[in-house]
Design a binder for this molecule. Structure first.
Ligand code: DGT
Ligand code: CA
Ligand code: CA
Ligand code: ZN
Length: 600
């Protein structure tokens, strides 16, 4: 772990401890900001410290800089250590359970004597938690649900952890002499939000196997070799990921890529197609009798089976085999009439090749936070960073007044902020900056600012942050109300779920999406790897209903903007093409949509 990360974790833990001990909420927030700033720092914190530049980092003040220097000098932060002594470490683990915030953890600890997740589980099972104010039966039921939820996730790893590790391994292997192709496959290539294990496929001549095995075993990221055979090596990385490497001869590359990308369900369907044609498909190739028909590329395999190639993210047996078949037929015969009601939403023109949504299609980011609320970059820096990354237009959307712990803006501060954004926008060339807000959706679906305030904004993201455990029916009514509000442009992270941590709202999403279609409100795909909200299946519903999607990073700092890829992958999993994604549109088209939406 780098010094940057070590320090980020120390500050983040200190913030948890402070929250538990009920310290001033601004101090907690400031400490979290330091953690975030450290995580995102593009350079080594020791170097910065030596050149006396720590205080120049946005989010790091004089006192935090002192602590950072102390750590770099001594390996300790005395103040944090004495803070930590006041709370058992197991109590901090309780915070990982959705619906346990600092106050609840405090009650569980002080009033029920619970100091670890195991103790919590046992106490809940035995019904041994005394009834205390703030910890009623409903609350305990929710905690129990959430605890079961996180423990039921097993050991799957988030895509945000797995993808960077897999990419680095693939890049390293590509440099190795004799290696022809390298690609991660399995659930990671399909872009699932959590990954069981990473499957990396290589093509190389058999003679290269010993050298490849040796390289993988001695790689700096390898913590343990689980198995090593003639064509397969399995390791565990330092980040606790299991990675299976398989080596195939170059002539089987496409067949193996297709096979190991999966999903199993998709493969079963594709293999059935082969059998119908009197062929046999396996990881080595496509065969008719002994004769090899295809194997070199994935496209060759699909083509020989009269299927169009589709992006890996779509291969879940959710209708993509039917789509691929229709696309192939139309390509062979433009007059071919597709008679499949499930494909009707594609309109009259079935594409002959699927236009895979790319990161480079994204022109705008319409959900971003600055130091005005809980971001780490100033307005100026955020705009400069977005411009540097080639965004053509953005919306600055700091939190609204209910988000006290995130320093949400009261109306007078919002008015000042709008002025400041417009002033900066007027003198900034090459990027259009909209003055927006991320307005809280209150439990009943009303918004956190009155209409006359919302009317002053160029862009309104409305998001749920609180009351995320309400009943499904209430959640549906809440979101339908927002989806019907003409002052709302997009619903941000519509369910508030956190991948493998918190269920979030569980509305009847089909009804919400129909309401959004009627109201002309867009739905966000929040690209943060822990949110991915809308999730894939709901993206698909939105695409079918013709509701525009908006892939936003919800950036609270510069590094968050790199999360865009996870949003794009999730969009692909829901069959979204660029035309479905509002922020791929040029600014003029988006503004036109904004003016005309919901009018017909
Ligand atoms: P995971 O690792 O649980 O996140 O999910 P996957 O999809 O990566 O599954 P994994 O690692 O067990 O296998 C990787 C791919 O290999 C899988 O997506 C499809 C292929 N595969 C594995 N076992 C079978 C099988 O029994 N039949 C077929 N047709 N394909 C298989
Ligand atoms: Ca896998
Ligand atoms: Ca595997
Ligand atoms: Zn946000």
């Amino acid at each position: 772990m780098s010094k940057n990360q070590e320090l980020a974790q120390l500050f983040s833990k200190a913030a948890d401890v402070m929250a538990l001990l009920d310290e001033n909420s601004f101090r907690v927030l400031a400490t979290r900001k330091v953690a975030r700033a450290l995580e995102e720092l593009g350079q080594d914190v020791s170097t910065l410290s030596e050149s006396g530049k720590l205080e120049e980092i946005s989010g790091i003040g004089k006192h935090s800089a002192e602590k950072i220097r102390e750590y770099l000098r001594t390996g300790h932060i005395t103040e944090f250590e004495s803070l930590a002594k006041q709370v058992p470490t197991g109590v901090l683990d309780l915070l990982a359970v959705g619906s346990i915030g600092a106050k609840t953890a405090y009650l569980l600890w002080k009033e029920a004597g619970i100091t670890s997740l195991d103790e919590l589980k046992a106490a809940l099972e035995k019904g041994k938690i005394p009834s205390i104010k703030g910890l009623g039966e409903k609350k305990l039921a929710r905690i129990r649900q959430n605890l079961e939820f996180i423990q039921g996730q097993g050991k799957r790893i988030g895509i945000g952890v797995a993808l960077p590790v897999a990419r680095q391994l693939c890049d390293a292997l590509r440099e190795l002499a004799g290696v022809k192709n390298v690609q991660y496959c399995g659930s990671l290539r399909r872009g699932l939000e959590t990954i069981g294990d990473v499957d990396i496929l290589l093509s190389a001549p058999n003679s290269k196997m010993p050298a490849i095995t040796e390289f993988i075993k001695s790689h700096t990221d390898t913590a343990e070799v689980i198995a090593a055979g003639e064509t397969k090596v399995s390791i565990r990385t330092k980040s606790l990921l299991q990675v299976d490497f398989r080596v195939v001869p170059p002539e089987s590359w496409g067949a193996a890529l297709q096979y190991f990308t999966g999903s199993k369900e998709h493969n079963v369907r594709v293999r059935e197609m082969a059998i119908k044609k009197g062929m046999k498909l396996n990881e080595w190739g496509l065969y008719k009798g002994e004769k090899s028909i295809a194997g070199l590329t994935e496209v060759d395999i699909y083509d020989a089976l009269e299927l169009a190639w589709l992006p890996p993210e779509m291969r879940e047996d959710r209708g993509e085999v039917e789509l691929a078949s229709a696309m192939y037929q139309v390509r062979k015969n433009p007059k071919f009439v597709v008679d499949n009601p499930k494909l009707e939403f594609l309109g009259k023109h079935i594409p002959t090749s699927w236009p895979e949504l790319q990161i480079s299609d994204i022109q705008a980011d319409l959900h971003m936070h600055t130091t005005a609320s809980d971001g780490t970059l100033s307005l100026e820096d955020m705009v400069a960073e977005a411009k540097r990354r080639g965004r053509k237009y953005i919306a600055i959307t700091d939190h609204s007044k209910s988000q006290v712990q995130a320093n949400g803006l009261k109306v007078d501060r919002l008015m000042e902020h709008i002025k400041a954004i417009h002033a900066l926008a007027a003198k900034t060339k090459g990027i259009t900056v909209l003055a927006g807000s991320e307005v809280d959706i209150l439990a009943d679906g009303s918004l956190d600012y009155p209409d006359e305030v919302l009317e002053k904004l160029d862009w309104v993201v409305a998001s749920p942050h609180a009351a995320l455990t309400q009943e499904s029916e209430a959640a549906t009514a809440r979101l339908i109300r927002v989806a019907s509000n003409p002052l709302v442009d997009v619903i941000g992270h519509p369910t508030g779920r956190l991948v493998a941590v918190r269920r979030g709202l569980e509305p009847d999403m089909q009804r919400v999406i129909f309401a959004a279609a009627r109201g002309g409100v867009a739905l966000e795909i929040n690209a943060h790897d822990l949110r991915l909200d809308l999730r894939d299946v709901h993206v698909r519903m939105a695409v079918e209903a013709g509701v525009p999607l908006c892939i936003n990073t919800d950036a609270h700092g510069a590094a968050d903007m790199d999360n865009l890829i996870y949003g794009v992958i999730t969009a692909r999993r829901g069959w979204a093409r660029a035309q479905n994604v509002l922020n791929t549109w040029p600014l003029e088209k988006m503004l036109k949509w904004q003016k005309e939406r919901g009018k017909n």
